[in-house]
Design a binder for this molecule. Structure first.
Ligand code: ZN
Length: 301
């Protein structure tokens, strides 16, 4: 299985709840534990601006590129602007596009140690998400006639507001978000299937609802599935309150990956959020996701 990664994802954003070092740490741990080989790792190029323009408005993109976003726009993004920040995230979009291309090119499963920037809208970024990588990747697949129909399985603790908004009127794209209802974002644009969970839901109820929902996702007959395996439903997360354990999160990953694999549909897995008190926990959760994808790819589960 190919794993997409770039050291450019580690961006200096000052003291922040978002640990941008997690991507490098996940990559290093996968290699150290011999879960992947260096030869499995693909390094992406920054997504071309014309690809970003398949989702984002020209005004917003020029503001990001030139550093001319308003103070209000920067506050909403919740990231300090820098050229390095823009290039790091543009590379991350390139990573999700590369993983999607690999998945639909017959590799079945490709994993990205990055991505899942689901709070970005066409004309603004929010919640640490300057670009919506998954939305851009879907538009690239459609433009290049690599896939027309796609599904998004978004299991980050936060609702995938930007992604739902982008595809609101595209019947070819099924957007499924299962998230904590009483959490950011306040405004949750309607996706194809939204399940808002109660605070402290826990493993058993989470997995039960997920198992019941996945057949609806697959019934939309996607040609590619994007899985946002957020680590923030974890019970030690600073921004989440769903109280899942690390074992529960691994079972969640296995359920999604196995369901998609059994249907014979290409899968691109991306990491999304993760703000555990101990960054090692966030890293362990993301490593487990990639490990589950790798096992499924090798037919070991
Ligand atoms: Zn999140």
């Amino acid at each position: 299985m190919h794993v997409v990664f770039s050291p450019r994802y580690r961006v200096d954003i000052g003291p922040h709840v978002f640990p941008t070092q997690k991507y490098q740490l996940v990559h290093d741990r996968l290699l150290r534990d011999r879960l992947i080989d260096a030869a499995d790792v693909l390094e992406p190029e920054p997504a071309p601006w014309e690809d970003l323009a398949l989702v984002h408005t020209a005004d917003y993109l020029s503001g990001l590129r030139d550093g001319t976003l308003s103070e209000e726009a920067i506050l909403q993004l919740e990231l300090p602007w820098s050229h390095e920040m823009v290039e790091g995230f543009r590379t991350m979009v390139g990573g999700t596009i590369l993983a999607a291309r690999r998945a639909v090119a017959g590799e079945t499963i490709a994993a990205h140690i990055g991505g899942g920037l689901h709070h970005a809208f066409p004309n603004h970024g929010e919640g640490f998400c300057p670009f919506n990588d998954v939305a851009v990747a879907i538009r690239v697949l459609q433009r290049d006639a690599l896939a027309s129909r796609a599904a998004v399985v978004d299991l980050d603790v936060h609702h995938g507001n930007g992604t739902a908004f982008v595809f609101e009127s595209d019947p070819r794209v099924f957007t499924f978000s299962m998230h904590q209802e009483h959490n950011y974002p306040m405004w949750k644009p309607r996706g194809s299937l939204d399940i808002g969970l109660a605070d402290g839901t826990g493993d058993a109820a989470f997995l039960e609802q997920l198992e019941a929902a996945l057949p609806q996702v697959m019934a939309s007959t996607p040609e590619c599935v994007f899985y946002l395996a957020g680590a923030d439903p974890y019970d030690q997360d600073q921004l989440g309150g769903l109280s899942l354990t690390q074992e529960g999160l691994r079972q969640r990953d296995r359920l999604v990956i196995e369901t998609v694999r059994r249907a014979g549909v290409p899968l691109a897995a991306v990491l999304a959020g993760g703000y555990a008190r101990r960054v090692e926990d966030t890293v362990a959760i993301h490593v487990a996701t990639i490990d589950e994808a790798r096992r499924a790819c090798e037919g070991r589960v």
